[in-house]
Design a binder for this molecule. Sequence first.
Ligand code: THU
Length: 209
Amino acid sequence: MIAPTDPGPDPTDPGPVPTRTGPDPADPGPDSANPQRDLAAARIAPADPQPNAPAVPGRDPAEPLPAAAIPELDPATGARLLEAARRAALRAYCPYSRFPVGAAALTAEGEIFDGCNVENASYGLTICAERAAIFRAVAATASGRPRLRAMLVYTPTPTPTAPCGACRQVIREFGPDCLVVSCCEGPAVMRRSLPQLLPDAFGPEDLEL
Ligand code: THU
């Protein structure tokens, strides 16, 4: 007989969850030293849920985007992707995480589809920016099966943000060799191939598609 073991804390219990029902009176307000918080604050103003898109703080709009940091793409395409992802981040609906993300997907045909994260009061229904962009590409593609060449993820943070596991799997569906580039307000750029992000992936081929 196997001795009963103590199951320990419930791994599904997320623990105490902070409630965010409006502006925190202790919140000092927009913090120009933290562009991520600035942008997020603009997205959660309760009296104005669709504010005019603020400029992304921290970067001089006249300053060229670091498209040269994506040598796999021609500079004009890199710049278009970056701009699309940055603009999409301004439209992120992220009142719970206050973590805006913008994504831009480049198809083999050279089309660009952007997306932003869209959260929900039922937290688990949140959709990431990358998947929002891919689903737009699917809806706009006659075959329903776009081929993804590159995905650019932008966050107004000091360091780049990698796509979550769920998004890696969805990128895999349409771009098994997709280039995934993460850009931010800092100088670092993260460039990975999809197989680097998701080795030995399950995919349509496994179902003979
Ligand atoms: N998020 C994305 O949109 N993409 C990622 O790759 C990482 C996470 C979003 C989901 C959620 O709205 C917020 O970031 C915090 O997890």
